[in-house]
Design a protein around this ligand. Structure first.
Ligand SMILES: Cc1ncc(COP(=O)(O)O)c(C=O)c1O
Length: 428
């Protein structure tokens, strides 16, 4: 095993499991580390899954015709005309992303910061990540000029970067890269002959729906693969379903063939009953779009409340326009945190918040930030209630912040911050 690629447990999943252990031990924890969406399954979606429980055959490797047609329609409604023959469905967008990296080969450009799994998956695929910073406020998309410089330098050093991953909207920052950055990124990718892998799993969770997400697939259609799934929109992470849209070009068709071959060797086919439910969901009947809109509104109000507490505490925070994530920077408090709590970096911040207050968050280093900046990622998606009754009430509430359990969660978070900054002492 000594030459096996090094791999560690996904930081989000590891943090969630550690928090669950604390919860089982009787601690009152606030799970703000992982991106699990704590909302109930929409009943109509559950019925579709149940009705398909007898579908026990593997089915086509790339997914059922119905699901691929529904996904093509979904993208078509977002301005990306799609051939269902170029859609590949899989058991989650995460395995699809990994299979894509295997199918593309070569090294992988990853933005810094970016979702915990891109760099890890690149290493697992035997590639080396090429990290490229994101300019402030341009969440998810590496700075196009720095991309050019990094790829040119990597190639001169004998490396072989073949693709760049972007996240639109972004995890961890909750930002949405401006259209101009996306356009320039696409142009540089074309100039450098890179495949663009555009992870758009959060594209329906932009708070202001008049600001649609600009996909690089508009600007470099011949080389952009788009992935998405239902985990975030409809809170069905455990069902494992995702889809990829391959480029309609010669190289895109070759890549499609390779992706399907990789899929055939790893997961054979996506789970059949889940595909039936997913086909219905990607068809976007009114009850689905209403549910996605309700969860978007809920994320927005709780994110705004958490953002207010963070900035009141003195943290820096860029504008959050989508998702359920915030990425506060505690650098302005560096001297104070070192003096009063011996907290010097993100890892110390995480330890302080979980050990003194049961608040689970992730350090910025989990998102590829070099060193150990005094920065964390905070997710709001598990604050909405402990059971389906409360979570449904949260989805329907005109003002979710008035619900007592959400109020309590925000108070617990605020108290932890107040203790951290020395504004108040720890709860007894
Ligand atoms: C940016 C991003 N991409 C992909 C995924 C994976 O989603 P899934 O495999 O459930 O489709 C996540 C989940 O947290 C994510 O945050």
């Amino acid at each position: 095993m000594s030459d096996a690629p090094s791999v560690s447990m996904s930081a989000t999943l590891a943090a969630d499991e550690a928090l669950d252990t604390r919860r089982r031990a009787g601690e009152q924890v606030l799970a703000m580390a992982g991106g699990e969406i704590g909302l109930p399954v929409l009943p109509a979606l559950r019925r579709r899954l149940a009705a398909a429980a007898d579908e026990n055959a593997y089915g086509p490797v790339s997914g059922s015709r119905a699901l691929r047609a529904a996904a093509a329609g979904y993208w078509g409604r977002r301005g990306l005309a799609t051939d269902p023959g170029l859609v590949v469905a899989g058991p989650g967008s995460k395995p699809l992303l990994f299979a894509l990296l295997l199918a593309i080969g070569g090294d992988v450009v990853v933005p810094v910061p970016s979702w915990v799994s891109y760099a890890a998956q690149a290493r697992l695929a035997g590639a080396r990540p090429v990290p490229v910073p994101i300019a402030a406020g341009r969440g998810g998309v590496p700075d196009p000029e720095l991309l050019r410089a990094a790829v040119t330098a990597a190639r001169s050093a004998g490396r072989d970067p073949r693709c760049v991953v972007v996240t639109l909207p972004d995890n961890p920052t909750g930002a949405v890269a401006p259209p101009d950055t996306v356009r320039r990124l696409a142009a540089v990718a074309r100039e450098l002959d890179l495949v663009v892998v555009s992870d758009e799993i959060y594209c329906d969770l932009v708070y202001d729906t008049s600001l649609p997400v600009e996909s690089p697939a508009r600007h470099a259609p011949e080389r952009t693969v788009v992935t998405t799934g239902l985990t975030k929109n409809l809170a069905v992470g455990g069902w494992r379903t995702g889809v990829a849209r391959l480029p309609d070009s010669g190289p895109g068709r070759l890549l499609h063939g390779r992706l399907v071959s990789v899929a055939s060797q790893i997961w054979s086919s996506p789970p059949a009953p889940v595909q039936a439910a997913a086909a219905y969901a990607f068809g976007e009947p009114p009850e689905i779009t209403e549910r996605v809109a309700a969860s978007r509104r809920l994320h927005e109000s709780v994110v705004r409340a958490v953002a207010g507490r963070l900035t009141d505490a003195g943290a820096l925070l860029g504008p959050v326009r989508a998702t359920c994530y915030l990425y506060p920077d505690f650098e302005p408090l560096r001297d104070r945190l070192a003096r009063i709590h011996d907290v010097h970096g993100g890892a110390d911040l995480v330890r302080f918040l979980v050990e003194r207050h049961g608040v689970g968050v992730l350090p910025a280093s989990a998102f590829g930030e070099p060193g150990d900046p005094l920065r964390i990622r905070v997710a709001t998606s598990r604050l909405y209630g402990e059971d389906d009754e409360r979570r449904t009430a949260a989805l329907m509430a005109p003002d979710p912040l008035e619900l007592p359990w959400i109020h309590r969660n925000l108070e617990q978070f605020g108290a932890a911050l107040a203790d951290l900054t020395g504004a108040r002492t720890a709860r007894p």
